[in-house]
Design a protein around this ligand. Structure first.
Ligand SMILES: *[C@@H]1O[C@H](CO)[C@@H](O)[C@H](O)[C@H]1NC(C)=O
Ligand SMILES: *[C@@H]1O[C@H](CO)[C@@H](O)[C@H](O)[C@H]1NC(C)=O
Ligand SMILES: *[C@@H]1O[C@H](CO)[C@@H](O)[C@H](O)[C@H]1NC(C)=O
Length: 449
């Protein structure tokens, strides 16, 4: 009985690369390592089978040596730990996230980023673009080696890819005046509310958006947009030609974005923004951005590839806020759209749109889970995210700078609100105010760099 016990060994080394379960003379030998989680996908099933054999043998041993005083329980525990880790891989495997096909997709993605970087380099060569191309070449070599050696860590590679993509996006030409007007980058303070007013229609309209025309050198005009039909859809926008009219809720004009709130050009969700007398919003029940030019009454639309809609990736920090999958923002001379995709694991993706053609010109991928924030806004190409502190306080806690690809997780800029829920938060580059739709209340704040 004791001899059986001696054959049963568990070796843990930090260096060993993979797990081996081996049946030997009716006993089980398991070599374990702390870095086995990098094992290749195609071997997943094999490893699992070996583990199972190991476990079965362990149980048999257990039966045989029941009465002796041995270290078996400890070994079982180790085995259990490994199985817990394996469960994670099993999930990835069964969800198609961890297989050789994915490797192929990785290469395609890498190639796409490479071509974008090469174009950026051709247009305006710099040390930055040159370094990027070198790194991309190395990354491609690494993926090829993964094929050959059949070993890789998908998560590490994905994260590297995301970083490379963000840097390429930043290298792509952005209009000259885009950066110059934004030299002072990260926001440092938010004032007490300088405007607090109930929306002009009804306290029951708890979802919507409001703000001021965001285009530079435009007339001072205010707008108000409330969602009806279960706080989901809208088809009108209320326009005011002055601050006084807005505060008095008079002399407004209701513009029709669509003929009915169930029309295909109607608004879905509270991510709406007004820029250049044009309403930008999520089109009715689709992953598309619509723009409605009030001057010309023309509607355009563009597909937002992979964007989660219909409460797949809403803002959720405290409790989920329905119909907040897609958030539009305007700053200086661009329109931005904030959303999440499955491909980026539900983390926030930021795209920059050309407001006239509605073409998507840039796309950055953050590591911020969209459901873990209350709301977002953009200032000078920097994405800010807020979280719920309590009913009367909110806090900016995160920033992502699209010009550097850097994420800042250490911000703490508190600001007051009058109610718990935030349907929309947007920054206006003209008056540098932050506009909030707060459960039917319209609030605005001054911001400081
Ligand atoms: C932020 O603004 C508030 C209100 O204007 C002021 O009392 C406070 O001192 C400011 N804080 C910083 C760090 O500037
Ligand atoms: C809206 O239409 C007006 C008039 O044609 C034009 O000047 C403006 O640039 C348009 N704006 C957008 C964002 O399409
Ligand atoms: C917008 O995209 C279309 C199709 O890709 C392209 O033909 C057009 O030139 C683009 N327009 C601008 C202003 O970038």
């Amino acid at each position: 009985m004791l001899s059986y016990l001696l054959v049963l060994t568990v070796i843990v080394t930090a260096e060993a690369q993979r797990i081996q379960g081996e049946q030997k003379d009716g006993s089980c030998v398991c070599k374990l390592s702390s870095s086995i989680w990098a094992f290749p996908a195609v071997r997943f099933e094999g490893v699992q089978k070996q583990l199972q054999t190991c476990e079965e043998n362990l149980i048999q041993f257990h039966k045989k040596i029941k009465d002796s005083n041995v270290q078996l329980p400890k070994m079982e525990l180790t085995l259990k730990n490994i199985k817990t880790h394996l469960t994670r891989f099993e999930y990835l495997n069964s969800n198609g996230l961890y297989n050789t096909l994915h490797l192929q997709k990785l290469i395609e993605e890498l190639d796409e980023i490479y071509y974008t970087a090469r174009d950026a380099h051709k247009k305006s060569p710099s040390k930055q673009t040159n370094d990027l191309l070198k790194e991309l070449n190395n990354a491609r070599k690494d993926v090829e080696n993964m094929y050959k050696n059949n070993i890789f860590n998908l998560e590490t590679m994905k994260s590297r890819l995301r970083d490379l993509n963000n840097r390429v996006q930043t290298c792509k030409t952005i209009p000259e005046d885009f950066r110059s007007t934004c030299h002072q980058r990260i926001m440092s303070n938010i004032s007490s509310p300088v405007v607090t007013k109930l929306n002009s229609i009804s306290k029951s309209y708890i979802s919507g958006a409001w703000g001021r025309e965001a285009k530079r050198d435009s007339k001072e005009r205010y707008w108000e947009h409330c969602l009806v039909s279960g706080h989901q859809h809208g088809n009108t926008i209320r326009m005011y030609n002055s601050y006084e009219d807005f505060m008095a809720s008079k002399n407004y004009k209701d513009e029709y974005i669509a003929s009915a709130y169930s029309h295909k050009n109607a608004v879905q969700g509270s991510g709406t923004i007004l820029y250049d007398n044009t309403v930008f919003y999520q089109c009715y029940s689709t992953a598309e951005i619509c723009s409605f030019n009030i001057t010309t009454q023309a509607t355009r639309r563009v597909q937002l590839a992979g964007a989660g809609i219909n409460n797949k990736f809403p803002f959720c920090y405290y409790s989920c806020r329905d119909w907040t999958d897609i958030d539009l923002e305007a700053d200086q001379d661009a329109v931005w759209v904030i959303y999440a995709t499955e491909e980026n694991h539900g983390n926030i993706v930021v795209s920059r749109l050309d407001p006239l053609s509605l073409n998507i010109t840039h796309t950055w991928k953050t590591q911020l889970f969209k459901r873990s924030v209350t709301s977002t806004f953009m200032v000078c190409g920097v994405l800010y995210a807020t979280r719920f502190v309590n009913t009367y306080q909110e806090e900016v806690f995160y920033a992502f700078d699209t010009t550097t690809g850097q994420e800042i997780n250490t911000l703490s800029l508190p600001f007051e609100k009058v109610s718990a829920g935030i349907a929309n938060l947007n920054y206006n580059p003209v008056d540098r105010r932050l506009y909030m739709y707060n459960d039917g209340y319209l609030l605005a704040y001054n911001t400081f760099n």
